[in-house]
Design a protein around this ligand. Structure first.
Ligand code: NVA
Length: 304
């Protein structure tokens, strides 16, 4: 597969996504077969924001492929302040074979890719979270034998995770409904792109402010109502989003058999504790799949 970077979901076509899902599942099934896939390779990981799953799954995942991961937190100051993002990219390219970056602004990811000479992987930015979406699609493929027949509904804030899921669903051909309060819909640029992609794949794409209008679904997905870097007022947010809490009742009404969450979870906000802790929740399956999905991306970008 010929991909240079992993920056945003819409840079991949359907076959490339299906190939990455298949590769992730193969690495998961027989990790020993990939033990030396990244031998002698180093990956520099920039984190402008906190992380548990992304940091650990990349670090341990790279180790499982025989490579070396280097964590770069904020010890060098904020990205772009002590030195330009372009210089950061050029310097890291002198030593590392790839750059993983979790940043505030998507433009930082674009600059790293533009000015560096090694593959760049987006480990979350304000607009996208493609590693999460890929892991979630691995989880969907594990739970539903015919991925393209899945109906996925995202309930809550149209954030980076929602954008990436919407784009990936549109590319792969998965029906996608997003239910959010008024004023919290996806940005036009991302929505229009997803609409165009869904027309090509045949996926049905729907945005609604009416949670009662979700209709039959296979999987429900939710995420925090306040993302890292958002300055929203918590009291306002809790009041606005309260009707969009995902619970057992919504699972029953929609007929969904699984509930997904990228974590960290805010219990009793976007999801009830009872549902998150129930057997319907595949949050930890997706958390594990983060590592296999990212390893599929790393192998695709870096293996000789
Ligand atoms: N939307 C969340 C995802 C965290 C993994 C955030 O950006 O904070």
């Amino acid at each position: 597969m010929n991909i240079e970077h992993f920056l945003a979901d819409d840079q991949l076509n359907k076959q490339q996504i299906l190939d990455l899902i298949a590769l992730a599942r193969d690495i998961k099934q027989q990790p020993k077969g990939y033990r030396y896939a990244l031998a002698g390779k180093s990956v520099a990981m920039i984190f402008e924001k906190p992380s548990l799953r992304t940091h650990v799954s990349f670090d341990i995942g790279i180790n499982k492929l025989g490579g070396h991961a280097l964590y770069l937190g904020q010890q060098n100051g904020k990205l772009g302040e002590r030195e330009r993002v372009s210089d950061y990219a050029k310097n890291l390219s002198c030593y590392a074979d790839a750059i993983v970056a979790r940043v505030f602004s998507h433009s930082s990811i674009e600059q790293l890719a533009e000015h560096g000479s090694v593959p760049v992987i987006n480990a979350l930015c304000d607009t996208y979270h493609p590693c999460q979406a890929l892991a979630d699609f691995v989880t969907l493929a594990e739970n539903f034998p015919e991925l393209e027949k899945v109906k996925l509904a995202y309930i809550g804030d149209a954030n980076n995770v929602a954008n990436s899921l919407m784009l990936m669903a549109a590319i792969v051909g998965v029906d996608f409904t997003l239910a959010c309060p008024e004023g919290f819909a996806p940005e036009d640029k991302v929505y229009n792109k997803a609409l165009e992609l869904s027309q090509a794949s045949g996926a049905k794409l729907r945005i609604t402010n009416d949670i009662a209008a979700l209709g039959p679904q296979d999987a429900l997905y939710t995420d925090t109502w306040i993302s890292m870097g958002d300055n929203r007022n918590i009291t306002d947010v809790l009041a606005t989003f309260k009707p969009f809490q995902v619970d057992h009742k919504l699972m029953k009404i929609t007929g969904a058999s699984i509930v997904m969450h990228c974590q960290p979870v805010h219990l009793e906000e976007e999801i009830t504790t009872e549902l998150f802790d129930s057997e319907l929740s595949v949050a930890f399956q997706s958390a594990e799949n983060r590592m296999w999905a990212q390893n599929a991306v790393l192998v695709t970008l870096l293996a000789d």
